[in-house]
Design a protein around this ligand. Structure first.
Ligand SMILES: [Cu+2]
Length: 480
């Protein structure tokens, strides 16, 4: 068995005893650190909101951060030591941003999930040089959703995101109270940014992808929520909204509660579903977001756990080396805090059937490894090659084929509906608008092009396993 397998086994926790959750079984314990009996409190990123006449200022900078009971390590962050603030904007508003690059290298800041024109999308063509500041206004013209932002410089995205450069953006529309959805940030509306890391003996995160990591994506053996290992959240004993973002470089998370209680998906990448969708487990791929409702009305402590990844490629072999559930975090309902929401909401919004007949074109994208490169349709990404042009205002059907292993496929500046996935209709929680889809073998999506992109400044489509993206599993298109 490989070293990583041994390491994984070492921090599998007994799920029978949530009380034992304090035993943070990580590499840190090896370093002689005593485990904090309760685990760290779940960090809630600072909420940043728009104020009239003032741009939102984000600084991409170096920091120092403590991931668990261990030494503080050098990290990267966005106006923070690790990760960034949660930026909350309103649907319909124009939001001015100033993004300053205080790193030692060039970067960019991509607004993942925002439907905005390509010249402000923050892709590889939007380079922010070392020491420079990018300023522009983002017109928010889409429904309420959970989106995020992270660097996208070609070839360095994996390293920069792994270092800590990522933040969540919430698009709000003011309708949550009426819908009966929890919306008090940090109380019953919690951001959960899921990641994984490898640590060295000093507790510093390591990013040194070897050949196997470049093939399969760089996965860590310690699981993090909002930048810490095994945190604990105290929550009202009612319904709580969890805005889950998979911000890992390559790992799929397969979530469930330790007591197998049901929970509900209320939104996917692009916004609300028609109604809450009951689930007992949820697979979430890198780049994807789901808004979940968890029911803590029984007042019992419960853990969120990660089961082995069931996804498989054309070889029908599970990708996961993990063999047992691993604890992600604990929830402790506080009966003294009166819950704002104690009932499951009914209808959330209207969602029309995908209009397949309207499609103006059909395209096929085959995602494949090409020796030491990764590519799409036999070509690695080239910044000066335009792969195609879509018509502004049109829709197209795209067939995506994962030629070897599952790849999370992401499109910039355009949302899509899933028509089929491995030959089947999508499950209800994937029936809404999306911008990332884990393609295990083959999928068909209906993509809508509402935002313009010039040939000099195209939109990206790519695998969201960041090591694959950095090695060229990416293409670019204009919309005109
Ligand atoms: Cu991939």
């Amino acid at each position: 068995m490989s070293g990583s397998g041994t390491f994984t086994r070492r921090h599998v926790l007994s799920l029978s005893a949530t009380a034992a959750a304090g035993a943070l079984a990580t590499g840190f314990l090896r370093a002689g650190q005593a485990a904090d009996a309760g685990g760290q409190v779940l960090p809630i990123p600072q909420l940043m909101e728009t104020r009239k006449g003032e741009p939102l200022r984000l600084a991409l900078r170096k920091g120092r951060h403590t991931f668990g009971p261990g030494k503080t390590a050098p990290t990267l962050g966005i106006s923070a030591d690790y990760l960034g603030p949660v930026v909350r904007v309103r649907s319909g508003e124009d939001v001015a941003f100033q993004v300053s690059n205080q790193l030692d290298e060039a970067t960019s800041l991509h607004w993942h999930g925002l439907e905005i024109p390509s010249h402000i999308d923050g892709g590889p063509h939007n380079e922010i040089k070392r020491g420079a500041t990018w300023s522009d206004v983002l017109p928010i013209r889409q429904p309420a959703a959970t989106t995020w932002f992270h660097p996208h410089p070609h070839g360095a995205t994996g390293r920069q995101v792994y270092g800590g450069l990522a933040g969540m953006m919430i698009i709000a529309d003011g309708g949550d109270r009426e819908r009966g959805l929890p919306s008090e940030y940090g109380v019953d509306d919690l951001p959960l940014i899921l990641q994984d890391k490898r640590f060295d003996r000093t507790g510093a995160p390591v990013y040194n992808p070897g050949m196997m990591d470049r093939m399969h994506g760089f996965q860590g053996d310690a699981l993090l929520v909002n930048g810490v290992i095994g945190p604990v959240a105290t929550v009202p004993a009612g319904f709580v909204r969890l805005r889950v973002l998979n911000g890992a470089n390559a790992r799929n998370f397969n979530l469930r509660f330790s007591d197998r209680r049901t929970f509900w998906a209320v939104a996917g990448d692009g916004g609300l579903l028609a109604k809450p969708t009951e689930l007992t487990s949820l697979l979430i791929a890198p780049g994807e977001r789901y808004e979940l409702l968890a029911d803590f009305t029984d007042g019992r402590n419960v853990s969120l756990v990660n089961d082995p990844d069931p996804s498989h490629g054309t070889m029908a072999m599970p990708m996961s080396q993990q063999s047992a559930p691993e604890r992600l975090m604990d929830f402790r309902p506080d009966a003294a805090r009166k819950p704002e929401i104690s009932r499951l909401p009914g209808a959330l919004g209207a969602l029309s059937e995908p209009d397949v007949k309207s499609a103006a074109a059909w395209r096929t994208f085959r995602l494949n490894a090409m020796g030491m490169n990764m590519g799409i349709n036999g070509q690695p990404y080239a910044m000066d090659r335009l792969d195609f042009t879509a018509k502004l205002g049109s829709t197209e059907i795209w067939e995506i084929i994962s030629a070897d292993m599952p790849h999370p496929f992401h499109v910039h500046g355009a949302s899509f509906r899933i028509l089929s996935s491995n030959g089947r209709k999508p499950p209800a929680h994937q029936a809404g608008w999306k911008d990332v889809l884990l393609v295990e073998e083959q999928a068909e999506i209906l993509v809508r092009f509402n935002q313009p992109a010039s040939s000099h400044h195209p939109f990206m489509y790519h695998c969201h396993i960041l090591e694959h993206e950095d090695q060229g599993m990416m293409g670019q298109f204009a919309v005109a």
